[in-house]
Design a protein around this ligand. Structure first.
Ligand SMILES: N[C@@H](CCC(=O)N[C@@H](CS)C(=O)NCC(=O)O)C(=O)O
Length: 211
């Protein structure tokens, strides 16, 4: 496992950056939080745009390396500081499922949940949208967690942090019904001490706050 040369999370409270905060808490390594002033649009200022030209949080500085995008941050931290614990190592057969969920979170859950929250309907021919449809997504997620504690069975991983963050936000905002195996899975994740520490560090709001 690598030795950290200083982890700094660029963060806005009650935002998608909560995912990275939770990941850092699961790691158990020291880190700093550099809060950006949303009201002053600091994330769009010249200084921060040098860190993330997209003007979005989270961004993570790990010594001289800068990682942006929640999925990339989670994968970087898991592979570098918790291989085999928060991510199956590359030769582990469970790595395939792990990777699939990491990209499913960013490529399917994120757009579907956000569009539903904003009540945006996208009329498109079946199959034209990369993220598919709501009914399929909710069934895929429900079936994945119905008979397993975590997405990889009994091994908690960064995939649960990615997927679980988005689902917790969706249940908290009412975008998804709080019922069945999906809600039970989100409750299991909410009971994790690291998740609770992250929520407190973020300002204490769970439902509908960050994701
Ligand atoms: N694709 C990015 C999206 C992150 C994102 O949407 N961040 C929002 C906060 S929820 C943000 O920084 N918004 C500030 C802005 O756009 O000015 C990721 O998944 O990390």
């Amino acid at each position: 496992m690598a030795t950290t040369r200083g982890l700094t999370l660029y963060h806005i409270p009650q935002s998608r950056s909560l995912t990275a905060l939770w990941m850092l808490e699961e790691l158990g390594l020291p880190y700093r939080v550099r809060k950006l002033d949303l009201a002053a649009a600091e994330q769009r200022g010249a200084a921060y745009l040098k860190i993330n030209p997209s003007g979005k949080v989270p961004a993570l500085a790990d010594g001289p390396m800068v990682v942006t995008e929640r999925g990339a941050i989670c994968m970087h931290l898991a592979d570098r500081y918790a291989p085999g614990r928060l991510a199956p190592i590359v030769v582990d057969p469970r790595r395939a499922e792990y990777l699939s969920w990491m990209f499913y979170a960013a490529g399917v859950l994120e757009p579907l949940l956000t569009l539903a929250f904003l009540r945006i309907e996208m009329p498109a021919p079946p199959g034209a949208l990369a993220w598919g449809d709501w009914t399929t997504m909710t069934a895929v997620v429900r079936d994945a967690v119905a008979h397993r504690e975590f997405l990889l069975g009994n091994q908690f991983s960064a995939a649960d942090i990615m997927v679980g963050s988005m689902l917790a936000w969706a249940l908290g905002t009412g975008v998804m019904e709080r019922e069945g195996p999906t809600a039970a899975y989100v409750e299991r994740l909410a009971a994790r001490p690291a998740r609770q520490r992250a929520t407190m560090a973020d300002g204490g709001r769970q439902a509908g706050g960050g994701r």
